[in-house]
Design a protein. Structure first.
Length: 118
């Protein structure tokens, strides 16, 4: 594991830790809207984003996977694969200072508001 990978995955940001008890996981949301696909609709976009970050060496796949594995073995072990990838990316963006916890919390509120409005 690289030094940067070790420092990034030490402790998930509080805003991400709150997601553990959240009932907004895809498995809980999909049935409300009659969706039977086990994969969330945003998985393709997430996969493409991760591939682009890896190809540009901004976020090498191996580094991300080390962090993802560590988060998946501990606090986020109940998340689906796609959700774990998303939480891992958010954790990395927070730890690198690309995104603030306040920004992420606001974006989460906006997404929840859209889901609840439908």
């Amino acid at each position: 594991m690289t030094a940067s990978a070790a420092s990034l995955d030490d402790a998930p940001a509080p805003v991400l830790q709150e997601l553990r008890a959240d009932e907004h996981a895809w498995a809980n949301i999909a049935p409300r809207y009659g969706v039977t696909n086990p994969e969330p609709p945003w998985k393709v976009s997430l996969t493409a984003t991760l591939e682009c970050l890896s190809a540009g060496e901004t976020l090498p796949s191996l580094e991300r996977r080390h962090i993802e594995d560590r988060l998946g073995e501990t606090i986020f072990r109940d998340l689906s694969g796609a959700e774990l990838q998303l939480v891992t990316l958010a954790q990395i963006l927070l730890k690198r200072g690309v995104l603030s916890e306040q920004d992420l919390a606001e974006r989460l509120r906006a997404v929840r508001a859209r889901l609840e409005a439908e």
